[in-house]
Design a protein around this ligand. Structure first.
Ligand code: GSH
Length: 230
């Protein structure tokens, strides 16, 4: 692959997952920051690129001229197909299904539902008098999600996708990058004591932070993993 992709991203957002995949695979790319706090995602120029008004967006590279790809799990799948030998996307059918199980849960139930209920309450109701209840319910859901993740990671697996047979050991996949950045959201936005609440998830985070591709992604996004306020 000699033609460079362009990734539209925001530091620390879910686009981090796709950015880390680009870095882990060593695929040529450039970064186009999108100022979410300033509403750049709702400008006419950005909506022409992605009518959903969100990051990430993948453009360029091997994509057909004029086409872009959205939705972090889909972008991960597409990028991983460029370097199957890296093993970031499992080929064993059960391991692949386990990866999709994680990606659906983390991008759907965690991000679009439980997290948005607290972080984007206006998506659920225009009536602000509901927001305190949403926040309370969001925190209950997040506690359930943490318990689920802890139970899965607590069985001794090295990464999110477990071993599914002797030829398919637990190994790094895009689901781990999701778990890395979503853990940071909880620490940065909610200040929850995740070392105590989620020791297995914390151990995974620490293993991932030791990976050069993760350090490169954090540096490129100018992000301190452990927020100062935490
Ligand atoms: N389902 C999309 C969700 C993308 C998404 O919600 N991205 C957030 C950043 S984490 C965003 O762009 N938010 C801007 C906004 O909601 O205005 C995906 O998985 O890529």
């Amino acid at each position: 692959m000699s033609i460079s992709f362009t990734l539209y991203y925001a530091p620390g957002a879910c686009s981090f997952v796709t950015h880390a995949v680009l870095k882990a695979l060593g695929l040529p790319h450039s970064l186009a920051p999108v100022a979410l706090a300033d509403g750049q995602q709702r400008t006419a120029d950005y909506l022409a690129l992605n009518p959903k008004g969100r990051v990430p967006v993948l453009a360029g590279g091997s994509l057909p001229a004029g086409e872009v790809l959205t939705e972090a799990p889909a972008i991960c799948r597409y990028l991983c197909a460029h370097k199957p030998e890296a093993g970031l996307w499992p080929t064993d059918p059960l391991a692949e299904a386990r990866l999709m199980e994680w990606l659906n849960y983390l991008s759907g139930h965690f991000h679009a539902f439980a997290w948005a209920l607290f972080a984007r309450p206006a998506r659920f109701s225009p009536d602000e008098s509901h927001y305190a209840t949403f926040r309370e319910q969001s925190f209950k859901l997040l506690d359930e999600i943490i318990a689920y993740i802890e139970a899965r990671l607590g069985d001794g697996r090295a990464f999110a996708v477990p071993a599914t047979g002797p030829n398919a050991p637990s190994h790094l996949t895009p689901a781990d990058f999701y778990l890395l950045i979503q853990y940071r959201w909880i620490v940065a936005r909610l200040g929850w004591p995740m070392r105590e609440k989620a020791p297995h998830w914390t151990a995974l985070v620490e293993r991932l932070l030791a990976l050069p591709a993760v350090q490169e992604t954090l540096a490129a996004e100018n992000l301190d993993y452990w927020p100062k306020a935490a």
